[in-house]
Design a protein around this ligand. Structure first.
Ligand SMILES: NC(=O)c1ccc[n+]([C@@H]2O[C@H](COP(=O)([O-])OP(=O)(O)OC[C@H]3O[C@@H](n4cnc5c(N)ncnc54)[C@H](O)[C@@H]3O)[C@@H](O)[C@H]2O)c1
Length: 256
């Protein structure tokens, strides 16, 4: 477990999508350890994480949610408001990543697979921002953090649907940031490098992961906890004059 990163204010109400496992689960642990009330939204089973966090004395609950589904977002936001009265922050982390399977030339990606990836990774982020906006606007305050990917900046091959979906996340971040700044809402993206999650090892050969580690300025493997400080900061009040930005957290591979 990552060390607490004391930048998010205790009591901050945060929705984390895709929080049942991998990076999302570690973000939930970190935010909860700082005193945030975390609502996990995932199509997968979040019960083990919620049980672990309640056992630790933290405020974590879940709402089963498919982020590509508009009605599911309405239920998620309504339930969060019932439980906690506010939605201070949204971390749009859910994506089709592990489910991508083997890397595929762009000529061989099927239309159905293209639409599936875009429907979760891009439409899910747009639907999420749209769903929390009324509550955040009424509060006059909100923080939205969209998880993109350093593959966008690096042009990783055989991953065209995924990189396109994440490039669109960065574009959405910029457009929506300009639309909601006057409501007291900031919208930023984070581009993680290759993180050593179960999903990454399912998709890549161990030698590819090891080579990536050696190519970093900070030459070591990247773990989910490496993303926690940036996410916490961007979910905090203190980050209020930063919006529309993409923060690359990759140990120093890509310099924007
Ligand atoms: N692991 C990496 O190297 C890496 C690098 C860059 C960016 N990212 C991004 O970080 C995020 C997390 O990555 P991860 O490695 O933990 O991936 P992962 O595949 O292990 O986790 C994704 C989570 O999203 C959930 N999810 C998938 N589809 C969903 C849907 N329709 N609705 C709700 N939840 C859904 C899954 O159940 C899972 O809990 C993703 O956005 C991914 O694209 C990962």
């Amino acid at each position: 477990m990552s060390a607490p990163v004391n930048t998010v204010e205790p009591g901050t109400v945060v929705i984390v999508t895709g929080g049942a496992r991998g990076i999302g689960a570690e973000l939930c642990r970190s935010l909860a350890a700082q005193g945030a009330a975390v609502v996990v939204a995932d199509v997968g089973d979040a019960a083990p994480l919620v049980a672990e966090q309640i056992e630790a004395g933290h405020t974590v609950s879940s709402v089963p949610t498919d982020v590509g589904d508009e009605a599911a977002w309405a239920r998620l936001v309504a339930t969060t408001l019932d439980r906690h009265d506010r939605v201070d922050a949204l971390v749009n982390n859910a994506a089709v990543y592990q489910g991508l399977g083997a890397k595929t030339p762009f000529t061989e990606i099927s239309v159905a697979e293209w639409d599936r990836v875009m429907g979760v990774n891009t439409r899910g982020v747009w639907l999420g921002m749209r769903a929390v906006h009324p509550a955040m606007q009424e509060q006059g305050y909100g923080r939205i953090v969209n998880i993109a990917s350093s593959t966008v900046h690096m042009g990783v091959p055989y991953f065209a649907h995924y990189t396109a979906s994440k490039g669109a996340v960065i574009a959405l971040t910029r457009s929506v940031a300009r639309e909601v700044g006057r409501d007291g809402i900031t919208v930023n993206a984070i581009s993680p490098g290759l993180v050593e999650t179960e999903a990454t090892f399912a998709l890549n050969d161990p030698s590819y992961v090891a080579t990536a580690a050696q190519g970093r300025a900070v030459a070591r493997g990247m773990v989910p906890g490496d993303l926690c400080p940036a996410v916490s900061f961007l979910c905090s009040r203190g980050s209020g004059f930063i919006t529309g930005q993409t923060v690359v957290v990759d140990g120093g591979v890509t310099f924007l």
